[in-house]
Design a protein around this ligand. Structure first.
Ligand code: NAG
Ligand code: NAG
Ligand code: NAG
Ligand code: NAG
Ligand code: NAG
Ligand code: NAG
Length: 315
């Protein structure tokens, strides 16, 4: 009877099966062989950002290859801002951890939107309903994780290669039990959205035993439409798009300049809850030009032997 009363009360309050989350910043020591793009100048003005996107998307050219002047090992200690969630149930037995990597334009809150009482929250669904533990994190360079320190850092430091190493380091902390305030996990599934899927895919190709399963949303190995994506965002200097919110980002961090950019890149008219468009725009995070230049640089072959789920939208 006590249980029943609690259940009824919780349902009335909309609190049924809530999750326990810990926000913490975790330091990772990482190194990667990054590209050196000596042939690409870091855009300092809005016009130079447009010049950059026009060059990157020029038909019949590969600007990544044309601007590449070499490779260099980039290493250091970086802070990664994380949110670790588990079901708030005494009987819960920590079976599987999902590590969630967000895409360009977002941060870790992508996975746990509070809009309409968490109706669209992936974390709520995974943790409360299905009993998974989750780790969402701001990708290296973005939101509350360490940013690129100067304009060169937005080109030669914050690239996909180094970010994949941050994902690897986070994963290893859970494998060996050194992630603060969390147990060891034997089973870890990696989930990504868009650029986060591309990093998840790269991780599974480079370290095929580090993951027990991979979920790639908004992802394709076919790069035919990357140009449309890049131009569709109508990118400008992040610090000029939203000075009060993104003003601390140095030049070379670029962001969608209007809601239509978000709409073109991520949503299809008629298939989303309208207020979400403005929420996505008013909370958007930028991308570095180094990320744009290394977007498509993933291993073309992959020996990962675990299960893979790919979800791509269409029209
Ligand atoms: C944890 O971080 C999220 C943003 O990712 C924020 O909404 C939430 O209020 C934070 N929780 C605490 C207890 O600070
Ligand atoms: C546009 O980009 C190209 C290639 O990086 C560069 O050579 C040129 O100087 C740039 N022009 C302007 C006006 O920024
Ligand atoms: C463009 O060049 C880069 C660097 O050489 C390479 O990794 C990438 O696969 C190329 N992209 C395409 C679509 O060929
Ligand atoms: C990480 O954050 C801590 C606490 O703010 C700070 O002391 C440390 O210097 C930071 N480390 C890096 C690599 O930024
Ligand atoms: C970053 O930190 C600020 C201040 O603590 C907080 O308000 C914000 O929600 C955090 N953002 C993310 C994406 O965690
Ligand atoms: C990529 O997609 C385009 C457009 O749908 C198609 O023409 C092309 O054959 C695809 N490439 C590969 C390698 O599948």
């Amino acid at each position: 009877m006590q249980v029943l009363t609690t259940l009824v009360l919780s349902a009335l309050l909309g609190l049924a099966a809530s999750r326990k989350c810990i926000n913490q910043t975790v330091e990772v020591q990482i190194a990667a062989r990054n590209g050196v793009f000596g042939g690409v100048s870091v855009p300092q003005t809005n016009v130079e950002v447009t010049n950059f996107t026009l060059r990157v998307t020029k038909q019949g050219h590969n600007f990544t290859n044309e601007g590449l002047t070499g490779y260099d090992t980039v290493s250091g200690s970086y802070n990664i801002s994380t949110q670790y969630c588990v079901p708030d149930k005494p009987s819960w037995k920590r079976p599987v951890l999902q590590i969630l990597t967000h895409g360009i334009g977002f941060d870790k809150t992508y996975w746990d939107l509070s809009y309409q009482d968490f109706r669209y929250s992936y974390v709520k669904n995974a943790v409360d309903k299905h009993g998974y533990a989750t780790l969402s994190y701001d990708r290296l360079g973005i939101a509350n994780s360490t940013h690129a320190e100067n304009s060169k850092g937005t080109r030669d430091e914050i690239q996909s290669f180094l970010e994949v190493q941050a994902l690897r380091a986070l994963t290893e902390k859970f494998r060996d039990g050194t992630f603060p305030r969390a147990p060891k996990y034997k089973k870890i599934v990696h989930v990504g959205h868009s650029f986060g899927s591309s990093q998840t895919y790269a991780l599974s190709a480079m370290y095929p035993t580090l993951s027990d399963g991979v979920v790639l949303t908004g992802f394709s190995m076919n790069s035919s439409f990357v140009g449309e994506f890049i131009l569709g965002g109508n990118f400008l200097q992040a610090a000029l798009v939203a000075p009060e919110r993104l003003g601390a980002y140095p030049r070379g961090y670029i962001a969608d300049s209007d809601v239509e950019g978000i709409l073109t890149q991520f949503l299809l008219p008629g298939y989303y809850s309208p207020p979400l468009l403005n929420i996505a725009f008013s909370t958007q995070q930028p991308a570095t030009i180094g990320e744009i230049l290394t977007l498509g640089s993933v291993p073309m072959t992959n020996t990962f032997a675990g299960p893979v789920l790919v979800i791509a939208g269409g029209m």
